[in-house]
Write a protein that binds this ligand. Structure first.
Ligand SMILES: [Zn+2]
Length: 303
């Protein structure tokens, strides 16, 4: 059991380097979830901070972890696209919610790395140096890249773009991201994970709480398109959504925790094939144990 006992450092994830995982070895599956957000249900209901519990969120996350452990073929990793817990750093409940998140996800199979993505609740809507330092102690680096089976995965800290008050840190991430994208030429696919979606339906939609600010959005879309990136996964919206901008697909996934729209809580099962990446959202009570004979999934490429 690993979970948060293994963390990204120096912008890399242990044992998932280009040297170790840079070559395509055939199709594989990974699990994508978002917004476990321990504590949101009670905070959303207006319950006072000192009276909040997060028993439901713990149970929902446990279902997802157990399903990932039992799934065959084994998922290559489990990514949580941000907002692991609800309490902002430095506020009441942060330490307890973090402890409980760690306890639940430390039960993940040792062969299923936990990939955490930095969300607004994890560092604060207006990120601070202290919040980021706390994040790095809790979860490891707030942005990093890793390789699995010839595919380059890049996690981005979207909060630096949503709120640019820490411009110098955003610029460092930007320079690093440019370097990572140069590797696109030798990767089978390049996949971006971030918390806040670039857009939830259309690339030209108005900016709001649930998407990227317009100017940052168009800069990032241009950068990713120029690098040939076709897949960007995000959470934050607590609903399923997304759309295309040219060849680039923006995939927004409902919460593992408390949902805020019509979609139930659940996870997305992502299948990586040589030519393309497909994905399907399943609610927590209908996660399949086997994805080998799952229609539309990896059977088509194993046959
Ligand atoms: Zn969020």
């Amino acid at each position: 059991m690993a979970g948060l006992r293994r963390k990204p450092r120096a912008r890399r994830y242990p044992a998932l380097s280009q040297e170790e995982e840079g070559k395509w070895k055939g199709p594989f599956v990974f699990i994508l979830g978002a917004d476990t957000q321990f504590g949101l249900k009670d905070s959303y209901s207006g319950i006072a901070e000192h009276e909040r519990t997060w028993k439901d969120e713990i149970d929902w996350a446990k279902v997802a972890v157990k399903a990932a452990n039992e799934m065959r073929p084994k998922p290559r990793f489990f990514v949580v696209c941000g907002d692991m817990i609800d309490a902002f750093p430095g506020t009441r409940n942060y330490d307890e919610q973090y402890r409980d998140f760690k306890t639940v996800f430390d039960e993940l199979d040792n062969e299923i790395p936990l990939i955490c993505v930095c969300g607004n609740h994890d560092i604060g809507n207006q990120p601070t140096v202290e919040g980021i330092s706390k994040y790095r102690n809790s979860y490891g680096d707030d942005y990093y890249s890793f390789w699995v089976g010839g595919v380059l995965f890049i996690t981005v800290n979207s909060q630096y773009y949503y709120n640019s008050s820490l411009k110098s840190l955003r610029d460092v991430q930007d320079t690093w991201l440019d370097k990572q994208l140069e590797l696109a030429a030798i990767a089978k696919h390049v996949v971006i994970f971030q918390h806040i979606p670039l857009f939830v339906k259309h690339a030209d939609e108005d900016e709001h709480y649930g998407n990227f600010p317009t100017e940052e959005r168009s800069k990032m879309l241009k950068k990713l398109k120029n690098a040939g990136v076709r897949y960007v996964f995000a959470g934050h919206y607590h609903r399923n959504a997304g759309g295309f901008h040219g060849n680039l697909e923006m995939i927004v996934t409902s919460a593992i925790g408390f949902p805020l729209g019509d979609d139930e809580n659940g996870i997305r099962i992502v299948t990586v094939m040589e030519e393309k990446i497909t994905h399907e959202f399943v609610s927590l009570n209908e996660i399949p144990k086997s994805v080998e004979d799952w229609e539309g999934c990896i059977r088509t490429c194993y046959c």
